[in-house]
Design a protein around this ligand. Structure first.
Ligand code: 6LW
Length: 498
């Protein structure tokens, strides 16, 4: 059987997966976005449906003030005695956290902060006696500690999950194979061994998977021969930056590794518009060591479409930045419409009046049918507060704006009506394009007024890519409000990877 790759497309890095009977649940990182930490469900490992989010309430994550690229980093999802457990670092926020839920769909608990755990990328595992071990990367992300931004390899402490207290001083258990940032540990008891799968080489082109094993969860750990065991570095594979994996036994009984990667367009200098996505690869065993197949590109056949008409509560896929979507958006104020309220912010602010969903395909067209009688707003694609493109209407004009740090391009079309369609398209650069051969995509910002389509701006997409923008996230496309209130009747998305 072959599985689709990307497995979960769009901004879905640091995947962790758990099998419960015949069901699989997968969680990914969301950084400064809320709701945080989506949970995807599958039975066949092919179709993945988002069934909820872990952080749906104020206070579960402290992302209101986190810097760009801070927030929810690198979950581990596990299941034991009828309870789901998810550990994660809220980087520059609450710290390393433990959430539980009876159903993966939620509700999830408020989260307990691990006391005495100074690092990122926590993994949770239990030994035969039920002792819980938290294994993590010793990268200090607490500015109040002297270890801030230092790296102390892979650390481990026994923990009390009730109180979140570390039961011992964290011990060093491995420093990896010499690559930058040994991180993302996951521990498993398989046969006679405890295996530790880690990432190293940094989450960019140097990324890789390494493994060590021991007879005890505490070590000593013996590194696998022939590291790195999986990497795309220096290759022309279409999926790059592969690493940060989690093992699971798939539906057919074979071992699989879910991991992150990017899909850059172009050659050595290449840009990945969608950010870090979730992929899968097969695992076999030789001499009691895992052997990972290179990650193959097998996108699902397109086109992929959805239409949100806002006839009920906001779908789980909608996210806002450093706040919950319901703090600015409602489908009840005007039933059947999405109303987004402005608060004086713009897309260049850390907390914009914006809610959006992941761009999941390398070619994508998004449109909103919008009513701007009571405000100014429109459609936007955001990587972070420094990198965003938008087209908004209201107050007598349609305005397209492309912002990257220190540069802003604006195009204005006079328009005094109130109902129109705004469109944002990401398309493959055609041969001989004025943007050159290494653009990730070309982004078009357009208005459709009474059937007439006007392209206001056409810009190089590479600035909103994983290689250029500062965040660890990916593209999020949605609705922005700049003044008053704007109402959206339909949000339509059509994407393809052809
Ligand atoms: C993640 C860590 C990493 O926690 O990026 O570069 C962080 N390394 O593994 C965010 O995805």
């Amino acid at each position: 059987m072959s599985y689709p790759n990307p497995l979960v497309p769009g901004f879905n890095p640091d995947p962790s997966v758990v099998r419960v009977g015949d069901d699989f649940y997968l969680a990914t990182s969301t950084f400064e976005y809320l709701p945080g930490i989506p949970i995807y469900h599958s039975r066949d490992f092919i179709t993945w449906t988002q069934v909820g989010n872990v952080a749906t309430r104020v206070g579960q994550l402290d992302v209101e003030t986190v810097p760009t690229a801070g927030g929810a980093w690198a979950p581990t999802i596990r299941h034991r005695d009828g309870l789901f457990h998810l550990v994660i670092t809220d980087a520059f926020g609450r710290g390393t956290l433990h959430f539980t839920a009876e159903r993966a769909e939620g509700p999830w608990s408020d989260g307990v902060v691990f006391d005495g755990v100074d690092g990122i990328d926590p993994d949770l595992v239990w030994d035969e006696d039920g002792t819980a071990y938290l294994t993590f990367s010793g990268l200090g992300v607490n500015p109040e500690l002297p270890t801030f931004m230092s790296h102390r390899g892979l650390l481990q402490a026994k923990v009390d999950l009730e109180t979140g207290r570390a039961l011992e001083q964290a011990r060093s258990i491995w420093s990896g194979g010499g690559g930058q940032f040994p991180e993302a540990p996951h521990l498993y008891q398989i046969g006679d061994w405890w295996y530790m799968v880690i990432a190293e080489g940094g989450t960019e082109r140097g990324h890789s998977v390494n493994v060590a094993r021991s007879k005890s969860p505490e070590g000593p750990f013996e590194p696998a021969p022939g590291a790195p065991l999986l990497t795309a570095r220096g290759t022309d594979r279409p999926i790059q930056n592969t690493g940060h994996g989690d093992l699971v036994v798939g539906p057919d009984g074979d071992w699989l590794l879910v991991l992150l990667g990017v899909r850059p367009r172009s050659m050595t200098r290449a840009f990945s518009a969608l950010g870090r996505e979730t992929f899968v690869t097969r695992v076999s065993w030789e001499n009691e060591w895992p052997v990972f197949e290179p990650v193959q590109l097998t996108p699902r056949p397109g086109p992929f479409e959805y239409l949100d008409e806002f006839d009920g509560p906001l779908a789980d896929q909608w996210m806002a930045v450093r706040r919950l979507p319901e703090s600015i958006a409602s489908t009840e104020v005007r039933p059947g419409w999405l109303t987004v309220r402005a608060d004086g912010s713009t897309l260049s602010d850390p907390i914009p009046s914006f809610i959006g969903r992941r761009q999941q395909h390398q070619t994508a067209r998004c449109t909103v049918d919008i009513d701007v009688a009571a405000g100014v707003g429109g459609i936007a694609v955001r990587y972070d507060e420094r990198f965003h493109y938008s087209v908004v209407a209201g107050a007598g004009a349609v305005t397209a704006r492309a912002c990257i740090p220190g540069f802003e391009r604006v195009a204005v079309l006079e328009y005094s009506g109130t109902e129109l369609q705004l469109e944002l398209t990401s398309r493959r650069p055609e041969a001989g394009s004025k943007f050159g051969s290494s653009a990730s995509d070309i982004v078009e910002l357009a208005a459709i007024i009474e059937g007439n389509r006007t392209v206001l701006l056409e810009v190089d997409g590479r600035y909103l890519s994983s290689e250029v923008a500062e965040s660890f996230t990916g593209r999020v496309v949605g609705v922005v409000a700049l003044a008053g209130e704007v109402c959206v009747d339909r949000f339509a998305y059509a994407g393809s990877d052809d």
